[in-house]
Design a protein around this ligand. Structure first.
Ligand code: SAH
Ligand code: DHB
Ligand code: MG
Length: 223
């Protein structure tokens, strides 16, 4: 398949609807200069998250996996003045790079970073009776996606959107003999989503400037 067309159309769409300003393009540059992986969402995916946020009137957002802060900047920009993103990152170097990028975008007052493993921080948020989030973006390491999702439901209210990135992985999600722990992690999530009575969910396949992949989108019915 000639996938060149997917990148070209993605660029066509993002030029029209999701142009990057300097703070966003500088953020991508810091990934290169600081040796971070190129795993940020695309510009269009950032815009897609904003559309979802505005559709559900999101004031409180939780993100798992900050990296250089690229998705965090898209999320924070769709918040109202009194809104907040809490973003969780395990790697202190990624966290430092992200802090600078978020500051450079003028968004530090809207972003609270928690440095540590998401599996340690999520139960803390629940124990501390953190107010429910309006949108939760799961984009950290893939093996514990089911556990992350179950914590996310506990941090939700009916109507909360939970979005999980990278759940199709170039179609490898179809390979039931896969030994790739990332693939197995997203397969566990995808299989669970169909059975989970707390949410109504589907998965959108994504093509474009990134690898062929997919995003799971769930709306919480009951906590
Ligand atoms: N959301 C970002 C991309 C995140 S890449 C964007 O689109 O711009 C995944 C990030 O998750 C990496 O920075 C990685 O260090 C972090 N991560 C990996 N394991 C983690 C864990 N156990 N807890 C929290 N973050 C983790
Ligand atoms: C990977 C992680 C991501 O969050 C992403 O968007 C793409 C790839 C990875 O770990 O392979
Ligand atoms: Mg991702």
């Amino acid at each position: 398949m000639n996938t060149d067309i997917f990148s070209k159309v993605d660029n066509y769409i993002s030029n029209l609807l999701a142009p990057e300003d300097k703070a966003l393009s500088d953020t991508i540059s810091t990934l290169v200069s600081e040796g971070l992986p190129q795993h940020s969402v695309s510009a269009n995916q950032g815009k897609f998250l904003q559309v979802l946020m505005i559709a559900c009137n999101a004031k409180r957002v939780l993100e798992l996996g900050t990296l250089g802060g690229y998705s965090t900047i898209w999320l924070a920009r769709a918040l109202p003045e009194n809104g907040k993103v809490i973003t969780i990152e395990v790697d202190p170097h990624h966290g430092e790079v992200a802090k600078k990028n978020i500051d450079n975008a003028g968004l530090s007052h809207k972003v609270e970073m928690r440095t540590g493993k998401a599996l340690d921080i999520l139960p803390n948020l629940i124990a501390n009776k953190e107010e429910p989030f309006d949108l939760i973006f799961i984009d950290a390491d893939k093996p514990p996606y089911v556990e992350y999702f179950n914590y996310a439901v506990q941090l939700s209210r009916p109507g909360t959107l939970i979005i999980c990135d990278n759940v199709i992985r170039d179609g490898k999600a179809l390979d039931m003999n896969s030994t790739d722990e990332k693939v197995v992690g997203v397969q566990r999530l995808n299989e669970m989503l169909g059975q989970n009575t707390h949410v109504t969910a589907t998965i959108l396949q994504t093509v474009g400037v990134k690898e062929y992949d997919g995003m799971a989108i769930a709306v919480v019915n009951r906590v």
